[in-house]
Design a protein around this ligand. Structure first.
Ligand code: SF4
Ligand code: SF4
Length: 402
């Protein structure tokens, strides 16, 4: 791969980004309606720059007053990198105001800042790790499949399969999440799915995109697209909503050649076709935390709920905030890799909301939400009252074994 943090951008990139950003931000009416939806604003001291309009206005004036590379460059970078990219403001601005693509503007701002000043200091290390190891956690590539205990797991492209199961970095390496990958293998086997995993899987590039390293991002897109095409599969199923979003919306050559699904969509389909059947089980009250990259970016609201509601004994209950109005866990936008004021507050609020509806389990369907919520439950000393589980883990435990 190319050396990261290169300055070798096409000549007109800087001017193009500046122009696109300023033209878009000028359409902001400063009505501030977007603030009520912003988890960042809710979890910080609530300065103007801790919310959508303030972030993009700071960026706009950074460009107009030539401060991107000036004395205030670190302030501006900190302002941009607080955003979780949850998309709540985009939805609100579209419903109530001028429909600004706020997250797109913030991402362009990060790219501009990265071009001129490099990434956040705390994000250099994960970027270097992705460059050298293909994951942000400094884990060896040869141990990426250590989560697997299934001898017959198909390895692509040596083996062939219909469905490519893309596991992702966090689920592959994080010990507390590796069970999610194993659960999905159990479920796929039970559902007679013809599937395999890449023998040499690499980061999907979402964190690289969010941390603003365009060159490493392009390299990963090329490497991954080549691997997907060589696999011979016709469907990609991801564990993480962030991988799903990246493949479905950002990769240029996948949509025409593959059906791209988040695993909740795939499981919902398997359950509807009765390829998966459940055993009766004890009654348990479960609530669901919507990952922003399913609910607010892709309208995937029904499939996760349908799965849970199909499991016998599950007493499904919604929290105060759910669906498109759900509260972000705080882990998106590259924030998993650097400290932000109030980082734990969102997850802790979510845990309290789950307790308020007397749930015993918060189900989710995103590795980063899982980590953030799990930390919150531990921080609040609630482990004897509340458990965080991935939907795949709940399903695998309740399947009828044939
Ligand atoms: S809702 Fe839209 S128009 Fe209103 S302040 Fe926020 S970004 Fe600007
Ligand atoms: S994407 Fe989410 S965190 Fe970022 S400014 Fe918009 S509402 Fe706030």
């Amino acid at each position: 791969m190319e050396a990261i943090m290169s300055n070798d951008f096409p000549e007109d990139t800087e001017e193009r980004l500046k122009q696109e950003i300023t033209e878009t931000v000028r359409r902001c009416r400063k009505c501030n309606y977007c603030y009520s939806a912003c988890p960042l604003f809710q979890s910080t001291r609530g300065f103007q720059t801790n919310g959508p309009s303030g972030i993009i206005q700071s960026l706009h004036y950074g460009i107009v007053w030539d401060e991107i590379n000036g004395e205030e460059k670190d302030t501006l970078r900190d302002i941009l990198y607080q955003c979780t990219t949850c998309n709540s403001c985009v939805i609100t601005c579209k419903e109530k105001a001028t429909g600004l693509p706020i997250v797109e503007v913030i991402e362009k701002g990060k790219l501009l800042v990265e071009m001129m000043n490099g990434p956040m200091p705390s994000q250099r290390k994960p970027l270097e790790q992705i460059y050298s190891h293909g994951n942000p956690y400094q884990e060896p590539q040869e141990q990426r499949l250590n989560w697997n205990n299934e001898k017959s797991l198909k390895l692509l492209p040596k083996d062939t399969a219909e469905t490519l199961f893309y596991v992702g970095c966090t689920t592959s390496y994080e010990p507390e999440l590796q069970g999610v990958a194993r659960s999905l293998v159990t479920i796929f086997n039970q559902g007679k799915v013809d599937f395999g995993v890449l023998a040499e899987e690499k980061c999907c590039a979402d964190p690289v995109d969010k941390m603003g390293d365009e060159f490493l991002y392009q390299e990963l897109v090329n490497v991954n697209e080549e691997a997907f095409l060589a696999s011979g599969c016709d469907r990609i199923v991801t564990v993480s909503p962030h991988c799903y979003h990246t493949f479905a919306d950002l990769y240029p050559h996948l949509k025409d050649k593959f059906e791209i699904l988040h695993y909740t969509q795939f499981l919902d389909r398997l359950i509807a076709s009765e390829a998966l059947l459940f055993e009766d089980g004890d009654s348990i009250r479960i609530t669901y935390h919507d990952p922003c990259y399913l609910s607010k970016h892709h309208d995937i609201l029904e499939a996760p709920r349908a799965i849970l509601q199909n499991i016998p004994g599950v007493d499904f209950v919604e929290m105060e905030q759910y669906g498109k109005n759900s509260l972000c866990c705080g882990g998106g936008g590259g924030r998993m890799f650097h400290e932000v004021e109030g980082n734990n507050l969102l997850g802790e609020t979510r845990a309290q909301q789950a307790l308020a509806v007397k749930a015993k389990i918060i189900a989710t369907a995103c590795p980063w939400c899982h980590v953030m919520l799990d930390n919150a439950v531990k921080n609040l000393d609630l482990t004897d009252k509340l458990q965080v589980l991935d939907i795949a883990e709940i399903v695998a435990k309740r399947l009828t074994t044939i």
